[in-house]
Write a protein that binds this ligand. Structure first.
Ligand code: MG
Length: 288
C-alpha cells in the first residue's frame, strides 16, 4: 500500500501549485503526507484489525478513519469529511468525491479474488461516499489493483476498466493543457487510471499523474496504488518516502506490508524482494 503514500507525498507540493510537466523530482522538502496517506493508513489499520474476517470492516473503517482523522486533523480534508471525522454518530453523506478512491488501495491488496476486492471496497466506501459515482471510483481503483496483483497486463486492466467503469477516450497529453482542479471521482479517477495505463514504470506513473495538474496528490495516490501492484516499488523510492512518515504512520505501513506484501525493485530493475523486506531492513539498522 506504500504506492498511494508515495503518490500523495510526491503530489502534495503541486496540489495548489500545479506543474504541468513530467520533469519533476518526486521528493522535496516541501512534500508531506496528506489526507490521502492518512486515510489509506486508516483503511489499512481497519483491515489489519479484521485479521481476515471482514464482517465488521465497515464499522472498523469508521472507527479507524475517525481515530486517525482526529490525530491528523490538519491533513487537508474536505469540509464534509472533516465534520464526519468529528461526528458522534457519523453517517454517509452521498459524496462522489475522490476521497473514496484515494483511500481504497488496501482493499485491493487484502482481497483474495476480484469479487472480494469489490466487496471490501464497498464496505469501506459506503460509510461516507455512498453516491453511485463515489462507490464506482473506489471499486474501479480496487479492481485495477487486484488485477495488477494477479499479473494481468496493462491492456487487460484497461479493457476491464473500459468495459465496467469508465469510458476513457483521452490521453494525458491531450487533456493536460486544460485540465483543472476536480475533486469528483468521475473527474479524476479516469485521469489517474489513464496515467497508469500510459506509464512505463512506477516513477513514470507518478510523474505522469502529477503532470496533468488538478488534485495532484490524490491523482498521484490513486495512480501510485495501482502502479505499485503492477510494477513494484524501487527500493530507493521506498527509502526516500518513509523519511516523511512518523512512528504511528510507519507502524501501520510496516504491519500492512508484512501481511499483504508487494514487490520491491532493486537498482538493477529486477524484483529484489518485498516492500516489507526494505522496511524491515531499515528498522533493524535504526534499532541496532
Ligand atoms: Mg490530499
Amino acid at each position: 500500500m506504500i504506492g498511494a503514500i508515495i503518490g500523495d507525498i510526491a503530489g502534495s507540493r503541486f496540489e495548489w501549485n500545479n506543474y504541468k510537466s513530467k520533469k519533476i523530482k518526486l521528493f522535496h522538502k516541501r512534500c508531506r503526507p496528506t489526507d490521502d496517506s492518512i486515510m489509506s493508513l486508516a483503511i489499512a489499520k481497519a483491515i489489519l484489525e479484521s485479521t481476515g474476517d471482514f464482517t465488521d470492516l465497515s464499522a472498523r473503517a469508521v472507527s479507524c478513519m475517525q481515530e486517525l482523522g482526529r490525530v491528523y486533523k490538519n491533513a487537508g480534508y474536505g469540509g464534509n469529511f472533516y465534520r464526519w471525522i468529528f461526528a458522534d454518530d457519523p453517517q454517509p453523506y452521498n459524496s462522489f468525491g475522490n476521497g473514496s478512491a484515494m483511500r481504497v488501495g488496501p482493499c485491493g491488496y487484502a482481497a483474495q479474488n476480484l469479487e472480494e476486492a469489490k466487496e471490501l471496497s464497498a464496505k469501506v466506501t459506503k460509510v461516507t461516499h455512498n453516491h453511485p459515482e463515489g462507490m464506482k471510483g473506489a471499486e474501479a481503483t480496487a479492481a485495477a489493483i487486484f488485477l495488477a496483483r494477479e499479473g494481468r497486463s496493462r491492456e487487460e486492466i484497461r479493457n476491464y476498466i473500459l468495459e465496467n467503469y469508465y469510458h476513457i477516450d483521452f490521453t494525458i497529453d491531450q487533456i493536460r493543457p486544460k485540465y483543472t482542479f476536480d475533486v469528483s471521482c468521475q473527474g479524476s479517477v479516469p485521469v489517474a487510471l489513464e496515467a497508469f495505463f500510459e506509464s512505463t514504470d512506477f516513477e513514470d506513473a507518478i510523474k505522469t499523474a502529477i503532470s496533468v495538474g488538478g488534485d495532484s496528490d490524490t491523482i498521484g495516490a490513486i495512480t501510485g496504488s495501482i502502479a505499485e501492484a503492477y510494477y513494484g516499488v524501487p527500493e530507493h523510492v521506498i527509502r526516500a518516502a518513509i523519511e516523511y512518515l512518523d512512528g504511528t504512520q510507519m507502524e501501520i505501513l510496516y504491519y500492512f506490508e508484512e501481511r499483504y506484501p508487494s514487490k520491491a525493485i532493486g537498482e538493477d530493475g529486477e524484483v529484489s524482494g518485498t516492500v516489507f523486506d526494505v522496511l524491515n531492513g531499515l528498522c533493524q539498522i535504526s534499532g541496532s
